[in-house]
Every structure is written in C-alpha cells, then in structure tokens.
Design a protein around this ligand. Sequence first.
Ligand code: ZN
Length: 451
Amino acid sequence: MQAITHVIIVTVDSNDTVIRDGMLLIDGTGFDYVGEMDAARIPRDADIMDCKGCYVAMPGLIDTHNHSSLIRGVDENLDLVDWLPVYDLEHRTCTPQDARQAYRLGYLECLLNGTTTVQDMHRHMDQAAIVAGEMGLRVFLAPYAADVPPYDFFETSDTNERLIKDWHGAFDGRVQVEAGIEDVFYSSDVMYRRALEMHEKYGVRIHTHGPEHPEEEDTAQTRFGMSITQLLAKRGMLGDFLSLGHCVPISERDMELIAQAGASICHCPISAAKLGCGTAPVKRMEEAGINVSLGSDGPIDNNSMNLFQEMKVASLMQKARYRDAKIFDARHMLRMATINGARSLGMEDSIGSLEAGKQADLIMVGLDHPSLRPVCWNETSTDTNLLWALVFAMQGNFVDTVIVAGKTLVRHGHLLTDDEDEILESAQAQGVDWMRRRNAAFNQLLAPIRD
Ligand SMILES: [Zn+2]
C-alpha cells in the first residue's frame, strides 16, 4: 500500500471536490481511499510520501488527439489544406525505426508534462504498444489508415486488425487499440465498413478526423453533396464508440447528429489556430450535449504536447469567440483535460478523476514556483485560487511526480522507467535521418485536396 499524505487533492469528481489536507491510499493499481487526512487509516507497512501541504495531486491529463512525430517546426506558415501534402511526406518515408523513436520522444514529453493517457494516431503502431509498455503510460492506438489512391501509402485495414489481435488490452489493459481512419478524403467507404466490423468483432473504439478547415467542408459538399459529419452518419460511424478529432467548422445540424449519437469531439485549439482553421464553437457543442475533450494534435503542427497550454488556450479562445469572460473557467478546463477525456475513450469509470475504486493515474505538482504562489483559501469553503493557477499560470515542467496504475513513472521531474538522455540522443539521430529522407521525397509531393 502507498500512502500520499497531507496533500492538496483536486479530485475532479462530480462535485469538483477540492481537499485542503488530503490523503490518497493506493493499493496495487487503484485507489483504496481518496479523502481527508486520516492517519488512523494508514496500514502499518504502507510506503508513506508526506507532502507537508506543499504538493497538489490531480488526475493525470488525457490527450485525446495526438500524432507522434520526430518532425516539427518545418512545415510552418501553411493553411491546413496546403499543409497536408507536405505532412504526407513524413508518412511516405516513415519506417518502424522512425516510429519507435517518435513514440519514445513523444511519450517522454507527454509524461514530463503530466499527460498519463494518449490517444495516438500514427504509423507502425506495434512500436507504440511496445514503447508504452516499457515506459508505463496508458495509450489508445488508432492507426493512420487510408486506402484512396494516391493516399494508399498509409496503414491498411489489415494492419489495423493485426494490431488489434496482437496488442489490444496488452500490459494489463494500458494499451488499447482502436480502428483508426484518416478522413473522408483519404479513406473509402470500404475502409469505414471494415472499421465498423472491427468495432463489432473486437469491441474496439473508432477514432478519426472530423472537419478541420472550412475549405474541407466546401470540398465535401462538392464531392459528396453533404457535410463530412453527414457522410460519417451515412456510413454508420456515428455512435458512442466514436471520437472525432477537431470539428472546427461544424453546423448546428451536424452538432445535433453528433450529440444524438453520443460521440465525443477531441478539441485541439492550438493546432486549429496555427493551421488557419479557426476556433471551434465548443460552447455550442457543449450546449448541444456533446462531450468535448482536449488534444494537442502532436508536435508536427502544435509544436508541443502540453495539455496545460491546451487548457489555457482553449479557455481564452472561447472567452474571446463569445466575448464572455464568465465561460470556460478553471474548473471547466480541468474537466475537459481529465474526465471528459476519459469519457471520450469510454474510460470514465476507471480514470479521469481521483476517486476510491478508480485506477491510480495521478500527477503531483510542487507549489514552489513563483507563478503558483500565493495559494489562498476561502476560509468558509474549499474554494482556492490554486485551481486558476493550475490552468492559467502552470507550466508543464512544474509536474513533479507522475503515477499510472499505481506505478511511479516520473519523480522530481525525471522519468524513472527509461533513460531520458538516451531517448533524446536516439531521437536526435533518427530525426535528422528521417528529415533527410523526407526532404528527398519532395518530388512525390501531391496536390492539395481542393475541388
Ligand atoms: Zn489530427
């Protein structure tokens, strides 16, 4: 049994309970107790970590839309539709060795920034399963599958099914495989049918891209005579097993369709802004009843994987879009980055909040940083300015400790389960080599999808 004592706990439970002098008991992989400090409950042989009131514990963050990569900061200043063909070159040239080092570097960055669960979409994802197994975080793997020529150099439905058979549920369930699909322009109706078959046969979830840039919706209207969401509905994809990346341009009618189906939207505010897509109408999505979680979209366009940044930017962009300072407050953002992410992955009964009976996925932040002080409490309640500090003043590298399924993966800001220096060196060498091969493939650059 592990006992974390005298710790401030931001539970993100259904009441957003904050505990000023709290205690966490971890038995194996899950929480045995989350509540007020109660020394009498601590077993005699427990490993005790006394936080002395100087640390805050909160649920591990959940990045629900990510594309691991070693290539970043090179495809800049491009709108999404012009950016995608350049991005495709990374996939034309991606080897299992490239993918392995991308997962190692990416998952290291995620963990050091407090992300304990990643929904990742990339290539050669058996490598992701192995890396996540070694490193200790939780992953949902959605292969980048595409079959419409000339985009048939991505993963296939067959490699997706093989990945499910080999890795779904591995490492005590920390590795989950999904049916992954690029989007309606890259993937045919045959591929969508195969994804549904895999969902029905293996019980796996489906993850794909919704509309990202307004130009894509224009092209969908020309090509298919309907919006991207309506095409997904026609292909039988809308259900509570589906999470959709982005959905920046989206009509009221399409939001209704997604809400009625119980599908989730993975909102990536930084990537949407950076690729010139705009700002998603998250306030309207939530009013329609859609569960909205957060995603980084990965290093290739973000250029980082830091959900603390994502929380802050998402809040500011909604306040600005609707000219309403009252919306998207700190509690709201903490929910989007944790329990909403869990719901988006069908995991709300296991992760996303700190509660007895759930898996022990948590992060601890030391309060010895100027931007987190002073910590003040309302003496008549557990209201504290600390919640606002965690969303608007927090840096990812303030995360001191990361625990997933009861196992400590990061302590004092450093990874315990692998060699950080070796990961950086290997990523450096592999990344430079991949970039050279990717640059040599520019003669295969495709035209943007634009009708
Ligand atoms: Zn994406």
